[in-house]
Design a protein around this ligand. Structure first.
Ligand code: UTP
Length: 294
């Protein structure tokens, strides 16, 4: 069955981005002039996803509004002959069908996903977390969709290699190697110490899951951090049906923390031909003014 819908949970409190997230959604914070959420939705749309289901919480309206039309702004740009800007704004407002459901209490990612159950219905779906931006000509989520389709609609969890010292920051998958990019999963371990990690393959927020995950999410108890964990449900799913981990291609930025966000900003600026040279000159000047060198 074609994967048409993607859940993008954005109900988290974003404590690592306080105080900005006191009043705005973390996902609306821009990398240069493009909100982080734009990259996530664009990845899904480029992979053929037709409907985005945001799981939202109080104060997250800005994200939904961003993907809506703003006719007043469009008229203003039209009147002032700003055709490039008009085209950009229009394109965002008509990019994809957006639906949102409320997570009334922040009880964890597993609970957030369960909140989208009725909109997803009885079909396989994608999940993309806004904390991770992945850049690649073929979207990461499309790579996972293709693996799922090639394996009769199996669940597929996107993974990336991390260094041994970093396993305690991620969910780490375990299972049997099928080929150099694919593992048949037997389960997942949440943030293992390097010496306890079954592999060095971490799960940075890209999933293809079957609708059966919802009935599992309904039954699991609270787990780590006293929250309903998606990881716990995936562990149970691994006992019931085929779940694969796939090492997708792409450069991934962990924009959920301030340093990762800064790294993405610098990298995006360096990759933008209109900004690069002036940006490099600015960095040189700033290093000098602060008595620093590289
Ligand atoms: P995080 O663990 O990164 O939490 O959630 P967070 O709130 O975004 O950020 P910090 O850690 O407080 O700084 C992973 C993803 O799950 C969503 C978040 O929005 C994020 O996309 N989430 C988490 C929910 O939608 N609901 C929850 O109850 C928890």
């Amino acid at each position: 069955m074609k994967i048409r819908k993607a859940i993008v949970p954005i109900a988290g409190k974003g404590t690592r981005f306080l105080p900005a997230t006191k009043e705005i959604a973390k996902e609306i914070i821009p990398i240069i002039n493009v909100p982080m959420i734009h990259y996530i939705v664009e990845e899904a749309v480029n992979a053929g996803i037709e409907q985005i289901v945001f799981v939202t919480a109080a104060g997250k309206f800005s994200v939904e509004d961003y993907f809506d039309r703003n006719l007043e702004l469009e008229h203003f740009l039209e009147r002032n002959k700003k055709s490039k800007e008009l085209e950009l704004v229009r394109r965002i407002g008509t990019m994809v069908e957006v639906t949102s459901v409320r997570q009334k209490e922040q009880l964890g990612l597993g609970h957030a996903v369960l909140c989208a159950k009725d909109v997803i219905g009885d079909e396989p779906f994608a999940i993309l977390l806004g904390d991770d931006i992945v850049r690649n000509p073929k979207p990461a989520i499309q790579q996972l969709i293709e693996v799922s389709e090639a394996r009769s609609g199996a669940a597929v969890i996107g993974v990336m290699e991390v260094s041994a010292s970093e396993t305690d920051k991620y969910g780490i998958v375990k299972g049997d190697i099928i080929d150099e990019k694919t593992l048949k999963m037997t389960g997942m371990v949440e943030k293992p110490r390097p010496q306890d990690a079954p592999t060095n393959l971490a799960t940075p927020g890209r999933y293809i899951l079957p609708p059966e995950i919802f009935s599992i999410l309904r039954t699991i108890p609270k787990g780590a951090g006293n929250e309903y964990q998606l990881t716990d449900a995936i562990n149970i799913l691994c006992q019931q049906r085929d779940v694969f981990a796939y090492r997708f291609e792409g450069e991934r930025f962990d924009t959920g923390n301030v340093l990762g966000y800064l790294e993405a900003t610098v990298d995006f600026a360096l990759k933008d031909p209109e900004i690069r040279d002036k940006f490099l000159a600015t960095i040189k000047t700033r290093l000098q003014k602060n008595g620093l060198s590289l």
